[in-house]
Design a protein around this ligand. Sequence first.
Ligand code: SF4
Length: 433
Amino acid sequence: MRVYLEFTGCRLNQSEIETLARQFASAGHTIVASADEADLCVVNTCAVTNEAGRSSRNIIRRLNRANTAARIVATGCYAELAPQTVAALPGVRGVIGNLDKDRLVPIVLGEGVPAQAYDREPLEREPLPGALGRTRAFVKAQDGCNNRCTFCVTTIARGPGRSRPLADVVHEVQALVAAGYREAVLTGVHLGSYGHDLGLADGLPRLVHALLEHTDVPRLRLSSLEPWDLSPNFFELWENPRLCRHLHLPLQSGCDATLRRMARRTSQASFRALIEAARAAIPDLAVSTDVIAGFPGETDAEFETSFGFVRELDFMKLHVFRYSKRPGTAAARMAGHVAEEIKKARSARLLALSDEGAQRFARRFVGQSVTVLWEQVSGATPDGFVNSGLTDHYVRVELVAPEALTNTISTVYGAGLHGGVLSAALYPSSAAN
Ligand code: SF4
């Protein structure tokens, strides 16, 4: 069978779709690059905002238009929360909820359901070389969340927090390295709580330590971490240079009153102290964050407080979300919903701030050495291939070189900045490894 897979939403969704690709491939099926070649299309949907739900529906409609003969199976948060809407979309032959996602392949193949409890990642997650042709693999270490942030539908869609056994994650990364991947990105809905359900109070530091100790992965990156999960000594892990100097710490608002309504377990003071500790411990650390524009009750004064705090902390990137009312959440029932045009205006100011921060952060590498994992060739010039990649701080770099460097790591010289992208030059002795 030929299988096409697509996702929308977060890195966890990406890691799951990559895992499904490996599972279909290991069961003898062929992963294809477009829906019109497929017998089966699998879509991992997202429900984090209304827009994400709309995008999930649009993907399904697009796949059906591309190939009316293909079966479509939908899974993920939107499929979990709106199964009847999804089942009624054209071409959909199956809707599989999040708790059954790890059994999706045997369910779809009609092989029946394995007997194991499925709250511990029952399926083998043996990766296959180049299943999706990437240099960077997303590795799911954890799912679900026990917090109750009042805007968040993810915790309803994904259930309580649960972690994969540490040895399983180490084994997966070892196999990814053997398959040629150069970077592993640890993902989870609430990654900072990794291991709590397994009785490990310091689960995430232990996991990171084990991955650095027992695998040869050249780069290890951590995805989003809630700020209250980290202690200052967590940053000692960065003594190992294989750990990427990039932290994504969701703030959501820089105003304490808004944070309390969001039920976030952080404040201006504690967040500032955390960032200061991180920056003191990790030179050139890139810190990005999430900010919600127009949370219910966010007055102009609250927004200005939040905006000023976000500017003060000088993030290298902001992921800006316009507040979106999600059914079943406490925030949806709050008074003081903000008009769409006000949300749009606040969001535009935050996005402009994000662009300024990204430029400022990248500019510090002009005239410096940077080490880049080359991801792809994005074009060609008379002088050679345009290689595109990322530093460990997540700065985009382009280098024109006589050869394609994809999936190698090399140290180059930051020559200039164009539209937020660092243009690099080779050192005479610079060699890809
Ligand atoms: S920590 Fe809050 S925002 Fe993050 S998944 Fe849990 S409930 Fe949602």
